[in-house]
Design a protein around this ligand. Sequence first.
Ligand code: NAD
Ligand code: MG
Length: 402
Amino acid sequence: MHDSQPAGITVLGATGSIGVNTLDVVSRYPGRFNVIALTGNTDVEALAGQCERFLPRYAVMADPDAAERLAALLRNTAPDVQVLGGRDALVEVAGLPAVDFVMAAIVGAAGLLPCLEAARRGKRVLLANKEALVMSGALFMQAVRDNDAVLLPIDSEHNAILQCMPDNYTAGHAPRGVRKIMLTASGGPFRTLPVSKLAGVTPAQACAHPNWEMGRKISVDSATMMNKGLEVIEAGWLFDLPLEKIKVLIHPQSILHSMVEYDDGSVIAQLGNPDMRIPITHALAWPERIDSGAAQLDLAAVGSLQFEDPDRAHFPCLELACHAWRQGGTAPAILNAANEVAVQAFLDKQIAFTSIPRLIEHAMERCTVHDGTSLQVILEDDAAARRQARDYIDSDRMQASS
Ligand code: NAD
Ligand code: MG
């Protein structure tokens, strides 16, 4: 696309970790991309800086008050940027005709509607926002197929698997000749911490990931391994595979990003330094290959790569996610919503780290699972799970204070 027209791109969640890495790659290729819209939530200064640098047509703050502050900041420095506020504006800039690519890098359920819009408008969807797919897999994959959207995963594991698939493979179809896929997981900061010590860990410790620098929500998910659980569900939808064909393997170095095992016994892997610009660049340039700016992999310096099976007792969230995937329907949306509430409560120091799986289990036991093909039902079940999770937190705190 670069040798003709530049590709119009919207970056949803531009101010986050994935958004910043995306703009880093975009800035390396002047003329290849045309930044149509950048979005943030409340971080006005960060989005203002990005707008001054990339001069998008639109800047959206999900929070309307923040949008007003952004407009005031840009009045002198970037007056041509049109500032919009609110959740509808996120959806609008994901579907504009001038947009070819949508980087979906909002964290959590807040990204669902703009992500779906990008698929419905047949965009190239660069999907980092795994929660959106976990919540609405059947609906989202149908929208991709019906509208000839191109779905490219940004999650390093799923991007690796896509790279290990046959050349003509596209997401959403069962690959031929594949015996299983192996999703690697670092095991997070608490992999070797005794289970008895997990109750006392702090948000700062949970967010100190050994290999990756990421937003706080996904960092906590990595520490509980709910991240890998969400990724199992994500892989199920992206590659149309049953749970038995998706294996999770701990690999503490985060150098080998995942593998595909074929029926003949061949195992194909993708390796690289833990730098999200690699999968982001793969998806931005696909099917071309261009420089991402990442350091070259020095395997001799890495020395050795280790692999082990996950200890399920250490990481109950992984099992909860697999259970939700087996249940199907809206069960993954319920799991995801309860997890979002639990993680926020842990970050706000309202609950202990070990209460995260308990809270999710509580919500899953109390919410009714419905068919997952209606957006309205998905959103209702998401809301029901959040209510159950908040009730649990309130009762947990009452018990703690009595
Ligand atoms: P982050 O917290 O750094 O950034 C999140 C972005 O979403 C920010 O721009 C924020 O302003 C925006 N946002 C947050 N709440 C919002 C709301 N209610 N409405 C609108 N916008 C909102 O998160 P991140 O680490 O960049 O992760 C983004 C997504 O990518 C997540 O789904 C995560 O699981 C996935 N992902 C991240 C990484 C990584 O290395 N960071 C790797 C794989 C997948
Ligand atoms: Mg990942």
